[in-house]
Ligand binder design. Structure first.
Ligand code: SF4
Length: 688
């Protein structure tokens, strides 16, 4: 018997914890603590603890599948590649769309981005960051010149005041929650605002329950109170930012008096006053936020408002401060960094910038050029185009994503995907989306390959191969390179290892220039930007100046707008969605983990006891929940943890898919959908 430990990085949330995979006779059989990671210091949450359980499941995809007469049949790789290459070559560039994946490595996202732009020559590439933090990328880029978490996870513990808004940190990012607990133990004040009294709320010194969709009003109200009391940082405002007078004119309006904000948000005036005082007078104050902020039709406004508050109080560029956007998936930061977006190449180099376009065209050397220097479609727009203008988009290549469960208004998504002429899905399991594909390609999972991923704190960390993939499954990047070779582009994808790809990434990406596997292959790894091989990396952004060319931060005067769909007589409740401790996204992996699935085997809808009484619904009873887009049957959980008038559902469960109900109304800039607020009704199911 042989046994070894292989240190790797967790494939679930964006925290980037490390652990050891325990390998016996060539198979992953467990996990064990890896004490040397500065991120989690040997601790992991339940998802990390059981991250081995899905790896050797019997239902892993092991052979390429081609659909014939509506049924999948096993095929050879050559048969699958020949079909894909022939089909892809038959379409015009703008008829093709590509979805990359925040679950795969940087190298694989880069490979697919290069494949999309160089082999397919399409502008239409995106991935699920569109659904979680597209507003962060756009909002923080406009405010600070860089669309990423400003500080690092470790220095959250040093803060004297933490304002957590739209993030259930203790369940979604438990090992970041640990830093919050450390800060609290050291005397920090913890403010938590959320429509649900979650595990995070239970840690707070001040819990403010509010109506989903009132964030800008709350933030403007807090800023008004801070300015009225003279708690703003005048030196910071004078020396570091632009736009203060315009911001002040907006937030000082009567609309944002604490009395008015209380009416909009439901938060008592006294609580708002306390929050403003704690934030305004703290030696250091940090904001932690997640999708409660971003997943709105005003997602970009919400993010800019958070940036405004931190600039107003001078809480940037120091330990314990910052705008800490907690990214959802393990590599959503990296997938964005790698240019798996319709507007940028790697490192946010704009595709419409002539010099950047030429740089990539020259570096890649495709003899017949690359995609046009024009922005492409976001995934949400792709779905609308597919339904509203059939025939414009004809084929799609999806790597490791499951829009049939993750995207809003699933009936609309199904309609869109069924309008495709040709769909290729590359994944580790037969997902709800893969079932609709023409060709399914079996991929290796995180435990079966080398590579890197970039966590929410911009830390680029290694995956290390612990076992071989099952059957004929292959690394995603190898599959991409082999399809490219079939299409006549072998030279452009002639990588032998993931490290070869990383070296190419570092060469074309200024913020990764100074990185290589030798430097990353240590517990602390490196935070970008790391522009040179002797640069130590950058755990805290915006220390002396912001990333805008003139070095200034930009404040934006923003007025509050209600959500796209608000309750009315027919659909009288606000509906919001979220995640839970034991499951992750569409459950492709966690629901195949026996331990995690035993803990929470199905979904539910949370109803306040007063609402339940009005509706005649008892705890545990099965109810019908409906929005203008569809209905689902789901067990009711009656709890005072949810605000009266608001209903909540986790979105991981296909048998009661919350996204049947959600609204695909989009933020006009980020094109992120409004998962966090729509209108629903809930009915008792009466026996026929
Ligand atoms: Fe994995 Fe996130 Fe849990 Fe850490 S906190 S073990 S990264 S799921």
């Amino acid at each position: 018997m042989t046994m070894k430990y292989v240190a790797t990085t967790c494939p679930y949330c964006g925290t980037g914890c490390s652990f050891n995979l325990v390998v016996q006779n060539g198979k992953v059989i467990g996990t064990a603590p890896y004490q040397r990671s500065p991120v989690n210091e040997g601790k992991v949450c339940p998802k990390g603890t059981y991250a081995h359980e899905f790896v050797n499941r019997e239902d892993r995809l092991t052979k390429p599948l081609i659909k014939k007469n509506g049924t999948f049949e096993e095929a050879t790789w050559d048969e699958a590649y020949d079909l894909i290459a022939e089909k892809f070559k038959s379409y015009k560039p703008d008829e093709c769309a590509v979805l990359s994946s925040a679950r795969t490595s940087n190298e694989e996202n880069y490979a697919l981005m290069k494949f999309a732009r160089g082999a397919l020559k399409t502008r239409h590439i995106d991935h699920c960051a569109r659904l979680c933090h597209a507003s962060t990328v756009a909002g923080l880029a406009a405010s600070f010149g860089s669309g990423a978490m400003t500080n690092s996870i470790g220095d959250i513990a040093e803060s004297k005041c933490l304002f957590i808004l739209g993030s259930n940190t203790f369940e979604q990012h438990p090992l970041i929650g640990r830093r919050v607990a450390q800060a609290k133990k050291a005397g920090a004040k913890i403010i938590y605002a959320d429509p649900r009294y979650t595990a995070t709320g239970k840690q707070a010194d001040l819990y403010m329950q509010f109506v989903s969709g009132s964030d800008v009003a709350i933030l403007n109200g807090l800023m008004q109170e801070i300015i009225k009391n003279g708690w703003e940082d005048t030196e910071f405002l004078k020396n570091r930012v632009k736009g203060y007078e315009e911001l002040k004119a907006t937030v000082m309006k009567e609309d944002y008096s604490l009395e008015n904000v209380s009416k909009i948000s439901g938060i008592p005036v006294e609580q708002l006053k306390t929050a403003a005082e704690w934030i305004g007078t703290a030696e250091s104050a940090a904001i932690l936020y997640s999708m409660g902020i971003t997943q709105h039709t005003v997602g970009v406004d919400n993010v800019k408002s958070i940036a405004n508050l931190q600039m107003l109080t001078g809480n940037l560029g120091r330990p314990g401060t910052g705008v800490n956007a907690l990214r959802g998936q393990n590599n959503v930061q990296g997938a964005c960094d790698m240019g798996a977006l319709p507007v940028v190449f790697t490192g946010y180099q704009k595709v419409i910038d002539e010099a950047a376009h030429k740089k990539f065209a020259d570096a890649w050397g495709f003899p017949d050029g690359i995609s046009e220097p024009k922005n492409g479609y976001e995934v949400t727009v792709m779905m609308d185009v597919l339904t509203d203008n059939p025939g414009e988009l004809k084929c799609m290549y999806i790597m490791g994503e499951n829009p049939m469960l993750s995207d809003p208004d699933l009936t609309h998504v199904e309609h869109a995907i069924k309008n495709l002429e040709f769909l290729v899905v590359q994944d580790i399991f037969m997902t709800e989306t893969a079932e609709l594909a023409d060709v399914v390609l079996p991929a290796a999972c995180y435990a079966e390959k080398d590579g890197t991923q970039t966590s929410t704190e911009r830390r680029v960390q290694m995956w290390r191969k612990a076992q071989d993939p099952p059957g004929e499954a292959k690394d995603d990047w190898k599959i991409i390179a082999e399809i490219a070779a079939k299409m006549g582009y072998a030279d452009q994808f002639a990588w032998e290892t993931a490290e070869d790809i990383f070296n190419e990434i570092a060469a074309v990406t200024p913020s990764y220039h100074g990185m290589n596997y030798e430097r990353l292959n240590r517990p602390e790894a490196l935070h970008w930007p790391c522009p040179a091989e002797d640069h130590p990396g950058t755990p805290i952004l915006h220390g002396a100046k912001f990333a805008h060319p003139d070095g200034f931060g930009v404040m934006h005067a923003i007025d509050w707008k209600p959500p796209a769909e608000v309750p009315d007589a027919e659909y009288p409740y606000v509906f919001t969605t979220g995640r839970i401790l034991f499951h992750w996204h569409t459950g492709t992996m966690t629901r195949r983990s026996a331990t995690l699935d035993n803990e929470v085997p199905t979904g539910w809808i949370e109803i306040n006891p007063e609402d339940a009484k009005d509706l005649g619904i008892k705890d545990g009873e099965t109810v019908k929940a409906s929005s203008r887009r569809g209905s689902i049957i789901v067990p009711a959980r009656v709890t005072k943890d949810i605000m009266k008038g608001v209903m909540f559902m986790p979105f991981h469960f296909k048998e009661c898919a919350a996204n049947i109900l959600t609204n695909n109304a989009l933020d006009p800039i980020a094109k992120i959908p409004e998962f966090k607020a729509c209108a629903v009704k809930v009915e008792k199911i009466t026996e026929a």
